[in-house]
Design a binder for this molecule. Structure first.
Ligand code: ZN
Length: 137
């Protein structure tokens, strides 16, 4: 899903929930937008390139050209089931983690919609354990 869509939905969600959470609602933006930072982490390690602009262009343009195949072996750490489980567990004990989890859930739902409509399949590896088992060390 494009960054502006994540931003718009997260901002609206934070605005709607502001009367309940106050300024802590800003954590919805963190969960809804900033978790895509893992795309940049992967880009830096895979291509040894620190340019955030080239990273953005890479994911927007190159993936469309090769039907997102480059992404099949990819691990986006904040988009794994293990990360989601950790945040879900933390959210039972910590109010800030719970607010962050609301943004995260919205982000995951938007990503799921994107997967169903753009590549029409799940791209990348969404399990850290599965990804580790597939690596050839
Ligand atoms: Zn995402």
């Amino acid at each position: 899903m494009k960054t502006w869509v994540h931003s718009l939905v997260s901002f609206i969600l934070a605005l709607v929930l502001y009367p309940i959470f106050g300024w802590e609602a800003v954590l919805i933006l963190a969960g809804g937008i900033l978790i895509d930072f893992d795309h940049y982490i992967r880009f830096m390690f895979k291509y040894k390139n620190l340019s955030i602009f080239e990273c953005y262009r890479h994911y927007i343009l190159m993936f469309k050209k090769n039907n997102f195949d480059e992404c099949n072996d990819g691990l986006f750490i904040f988009h794994t089931i293990e990360f989601a489980i950790v945040i879900a567990i933390l959210s039972f004990f910590n109010r800030l983690a719970m607010i962050f989890a609301i943004g995260l859930l919205a982000h995951y739902l938007l990503d799921l919609i994107w997967h169903m409509h753009v590549p029409r399949r799940i791209v990348a590896n969404h399990s850290l354990i599965s990804w580790i088992l597939k690596q050839k060390f």
